[in-house]
Design a protein around this ligand. Structure first.
Ligand code: ADP
Length: 169
């Protein structure tokens, strides 16, 4: 059974992520989408559990599972018996960092390889940060986020900006 891990922040999951998850699910027997909590970008808006709940709401595919990991992805993959990491590549700007990470991960775990999926053209410009910024201004998010989570994201961003207003007064 070929297991692949798709690691990321997913704060929150976007249509760009969903596109990669579906393509990975078609290419591998089992895909574990894993919220990584050790990354530099930590301190997200949604808690790891909330991010998982949003993903579960957005996508139900038989061979896709969701998990949270607080350590190194190279060790996590070993524990899960996975030999492949899936990454999405949006632009050349993603490439440099992702290739460096792939090399580090294969040093840490020589059995582990990284497979890149080029972003679908529709989602090349899309990141969780862009979606959050737009949600803050109540913009139309249908082309960015799964329909099932639109309200959750808007509600969260509204709560955050209300809290911020309070703390300024
Ligand atoms: P971000 O916060 O930038 O959206 P994540 O850490 O959640 O990033 O992303 C996890 C993985 O998904 C990374 O490999 C990233 O390159 C990829 N990814 C993110 N957005 C997209 C997109 N719109 N299209 C393709 N891949 C993406």
């Amino acid at each position: 059974m070929k297991t692949a891990i798709y690691p990321g922040s997913f704060d929150p999951v976007t249509l760009g992520h969903i596109n990669i998850i579906k393509r990975a699910a078609a290419a591998f027997d089992r895909v574990i989408v894993c919220v990584m909590v050790n990354s530099k970008k930590d301190g997200g808006i949604f808690t790891p559990d909330e991010r998982i709940a949003l993903m579960r709401k957005s996508i139900q595919v038989e061979n896709v599972e969701f998990d949270i990991n607080y350590g190194l992805v190279a060790d996590y993959a070993k524990r899960k018996g996975a030999r492949v990491l899936v990454k999405g590549l949006r632009a050349v700007s993603d490439y440099e960092q992702e290739v460096q990470m792939a090399m580090v991960n294969s040093k840490l775990n020589p059995d582990l390889d990284t497979v890149f999926f080029p972003s679908s053209e529709k989602y090349t410009y899309l990141s969780s940060s862009v979606a959050k910024e737009l949600a803050r201004y109540d913009a139309d998010l249908e082309e960015f986020l799964p329909r099932e989570i639109l309200e959750d994201v808007k509600k969260k961003m509204k709560k955050r900006s209300d809290e911020c207003d309070d703390c300024q007064h």
